[in-house]
Design a protein around this ligand. Sequence first.
Ligand code: PEP
Length: 252
Amino acid sequence: MTSSRKFLVGGNWKMNGSRQLVETLVKALNEGSWSNNVECVIAPPSPYLHQVRSTLRSEVGVSAQNIWTEAKGAYTGEISHEMLTDLSIKWVILGHSERRAIFKESDELVGKKVANAVKAGLNVIACCGETEAERDAGNTTEVVFRQIKAIASQLSAADWSKVVIAYEPVWAIGTGKVATPQQAQDAHKEIRGWLAANVSKEVADSTRILYGGSVSAKSSPDLQKEQDIDGFLVGGASLKDQEFLQILNSRL
Ligand code: PEP
């Protein structure tokens, strides 16, 4: 049975880019083609959001990489959902492992950020994933369930239509060490099972779960075959225009 969940490929540029690189990557996406069954969303650093949104064709989504919980005020260095809406940016990535590890974002804060973003009308790519030590200790599901629970506890069932989960094992991010299709499928199936048991069967069936962690043009064709993999969140390879187009085209 083919899934009704539209395949989504996100490109997380992290803290990389320049006006020149924006031009190159936007040009490639404007001129490139991929299946209508694949949705694409790219996440440039916030200084380039406006340039990207105003030059990229409208069917490609644009995402911020993080926002704060409030709409405005004395939060030096932060950006808000209100600013994204003002720039016609409809997506935000929240809870990326780099935010959790480097900027010490707790499960609770990530849950609050996701809820506030959804309530402000944004679509959210909410990230979760275990470290290598947690996987080696056999704690993968415990960690991932804890992270998802902190998000789910702040959402209504209806809110889930605005949320995409990205399962990103920390040991695979930026390391070149991609999870095997089976490892990713197993984790995605567990996450979907958790949603069915703790939110609803409808939410479990309709929520897209992306895999992230060193996805490349080489690994994407096999990963996309797995039943519970509904797309990718791509870091490093999203900065290489031709490789990112190849990843978009790994799904027909
Ligand atoms: C990411 O930043 O979400 C990511 C998965 O990075 P990479 O593809 O470089 O591992």
